[in-house]
Structures are given as structure tokens and as C-alpha cells.
Design a protein around this ligand. Structure first.
Ligand code: SD4
Length: 343
């Protein structure tokens, strides 16, 4: 029988490279491994190259002993407001009817969460999601109801469809074929690229652990470009696009949301970490579930998971090459890592 405590200790030393026996089942209660000590906090990690700039904003909160929840909210504001970023917030590519509809969710160390889906006209959906969490008895508001709530809360109505995004949509209308292209949703935005990453991409998912060792996460996106009006992806769905359990760790996802929802991806990653999987191996197992269920579909799409555990260890895994993630901690504030992938 695999000794789980030894495994955790090994993984603390060897990080994501620790050996995993797939399918190994442990029967002992696991919590004691995760209570303390905390070795690598504060830390913030986020998806894709644009995670570097987002992490920098989150780090300002974390390095001043701020709360992880505040850090992730501040952090993802950066891509949400970036007009050059065509897959998150302002400047995002619209749906097939030319409407920019945003999905976002946030989760704190107490298991509180808030979410908005198909929200239009608001620059920072993550902050509306936080208000849903803090000011309502609900978890999720959608569409017109989410907009009404945002306006009531004082958020400003903004036109999110930029001239560039409108032009791209009109070009798309000529053929009007919905076919997500792997890693190529965000052609215009590339502040810093890893070799081999032709374009930047997608949703920002961010996970942070603060100086007290508490975890929070945020996920925000304009979703798949040229989706049907009303389509909601994984990003605002707690357990799919994001999940945080303060005893264990957090996970977030990017890519074709339908496959993530079908497999309840982020919850799965956290539950695998609860069983002792290191973050990268947990992400890999979640990716493998998607591939095993639909191998033909999986060849054509990208899905990536990113995870952070309670010890501050992190890892990622994607179906396709090209998934990067950014890491920021005491040692380095702008590390960009090329995630491993199945193909
Ligand atoms: C979605 N997962 O709407 C999001 C967006 C994304 O590649 O990451 N697209 O499905």
C-alpha cells in the first residue's frame, strides 16, 4: 500500500515531478496533511501569458498582507479592463449576434461563492460576482437579472463592444461557422509570449494563497467567441471553471467550457488533490477524463486546468500544447511556465 504521508512529503520536495500511482486509493483521513505548515505563501497563479500582469496587481494586495479574495478580484480586473484582450471583459469578442456577454465567478476561503453569467454592459463582472456572493442570498445571477443587480449596486453601464471586436465579428459573419480554434482566440494580445505560443488566449482563472494561508479564486471571460446568444460556459459555474476548498487547494480551467462542465473539472481537480495527487497530476487526471470520454472531440479542442494546493505547490495540464500559466511569489514576480499537455 502506498504510504500517503510519505507521498505528500516527497511531493513537497519534488513538487509536480513526484511519482503518482494512478488510481491509487487511500483510506486514511487526509486533513492533517493540509492544515499546516504553509511553505510557499503568499502566492498567486493564473492562466495564460496575460496572467503576468494580472498577478502583479494581485501581488500588491498579497505582499501587503491583504486577503486572497481581494487579491484575485484586483488581479483579474487587469485583463477585464484591457481593451486589447479579446477574450475577457471590455474588448471581448461578441456572440454570434454581436453582443458581448460575460461570465465570471469568485470563491473565498469559507466556501462562499458568487457568480454572474451572460452579463452585458459591465466592465468588471468579477466584482458583480463578488457582490452576488456578499449581498444576496444567492450564488448565481444571469442575463438581465445580473445586469439589473449590477446597476442597482452602482456599476456603470458601458459599451463593451470595441470597434476591433465588431470588425472581427462582421468578418466572421461572412461564413458564420462556429468552430473554436485551439489557442487562437486572442490574436491581438501578446504582451509576452513563450516560444511556441503563437497567440495568447482565453479566460483568466486565478488562484491565490495569502500570508495567512487562506485560499481564494476568480475566473472571468467573455466566453467562446461567436457562441450562441445565451450560451454559458464553464467559467461562472462553481465546480467547473473554479473551485476552492481552503483545506485542500483550488483549481480553475480554460478552454472549451462544455467539456469542463461535463466533467465538473475544477471540483474534480480539488478532490484529486484531497486524495493526495500533486497539482499537476490532478490536472492531468481531469484532462484524461475528458480525453477518455470523447477522444475524437478532444483532438480538436483545448482544455487546460491550473491548480494550487494548500502547501503552495502548483501545477497545470492541458489537452493541447500552448497552455501557459503565470506564477508570482516571494522568489519571482513574473514567472511564466509552459504547461505540460497530452498532445
Ligand atoms: C468558455 N472556458 O466560455 C471559457 C472560455 C475559454 O477558450 O477559456 N475559451 O468556455
Amino acid at each position: 500500500m502506498f504510504n500517503r504521508r510519505k507521498f505528500i512529503t516527497q511531493s513537497a520536495v519534488a513538487g509536480a515531478a513526484a511519482l503518482l500511482v494512478p488510481g491509487e486509493v487511500w483510506s486514511a483521513p487526509f486533513q492533517e496533511d493540509h492544515i499546516q505548515p504553509l511553505e510557499n505563501n503568499p502566492i498567486v497563479i493564473s492562466t495564460w501569458d496575460f496572467g503576468i500582469a494580472a498577478n502583479a496587481a494581485a501581488w500588491e494586495v498579497l505582499r501587503n498582507n491583504g486577503r486572497a479574495l481581494d487579491a484575485v478580484e484586483k488581479g483579474v480586473h487587469v485583463p477585464e479592463a484591457d481593451v486589447k484582450n479579446q477574450s475577457v471583459g471590455y474588448g471581448g469578442l461578441p456572440d454570434r449576434d454581436g453582443k458581448v456577454t460575460l461570465d465570471a465567478c469568485i470563491m473565498d476561503e469559507f466556501g462562499n461563492c458568487g457568480s454572474v453569467a451572460a452579463l452585458q454592459h459591465i466592465m468588471h463582472p468579477i466584482s458583480v460576482a463578488r457582490k452576488v456572493m456578499e449581498k444576496t442570498p444567492h450564488v448565481m445571477l444571469v442575463g438581465d437579472g445580473a445586469l439589473q443587480f449590477a446597476l442597482e449596486q452602482g456599476f456603470k453601464r458601458t459599451n463593451l463592444l470595441t470597434a476591433e471586436a465588431e470588425k472581427a465579428w462582421k468578418e466572421w459573419l461572412k461564413k458564420a461557422e462556429y468552430k473554436p480554434v485551439i489557442n487562437i482566440e486572442n490574436k491581438n494580445f501578446s504582451p509576452r509570449k513563450l516560444p511556441g505560443n503563437e497567440y495568447n488566449h482565453d479566460t483568466i482563472g486565478m488562484l491565490a494563497m495569502d500570508a495567512k494561508g487562506n485560499l481564494s479564486g476568480a475566473c472571468t471571460t467573455s466566453g467562446m467567441a461567436y457562441k450562441m446568444h445565451g450560451r454559458v460556459g464553464d467559467s461562472p459555474i462553481i465546480g467547473a471553471g473554479l473551485y476552492v476548498d481552503n483545506e485542500i487547494g483550488g483549481a480553475t480551467s480554460t478552454g472549451v467550457g462544455e467539456e469542463v462542465i461535463r466533467n465538473v473539472g475544477s471540483f474534480l481537480v480539488v478532490e484529486l488533490m484531497r486524495q493526495g495527487y500533486p497539482p499537476e497530476e490532478a490536472c492531468k487526471e481531469a484532462v484524461m477524463r475528458i480525453i477518455k470520454k470523447k477522444p475524437e472531440t478532444a483532438k480538436e479542442i483545448q482544455v487546460g486546468f491550473l491548480a494550487l494546493n494548500k502547501k503552495g505547490q502548483y501545477g497545470a495540464y492541458a489537452i493541447q500544447k500552448g497552455f501557459s500559466f503565470a506564477v508570482c511569489n516571494k522568489e519571482s514576480q513574473d514567472t511564466l511556465i509552459k504547461g505540460k499537455s497530452y498532445y
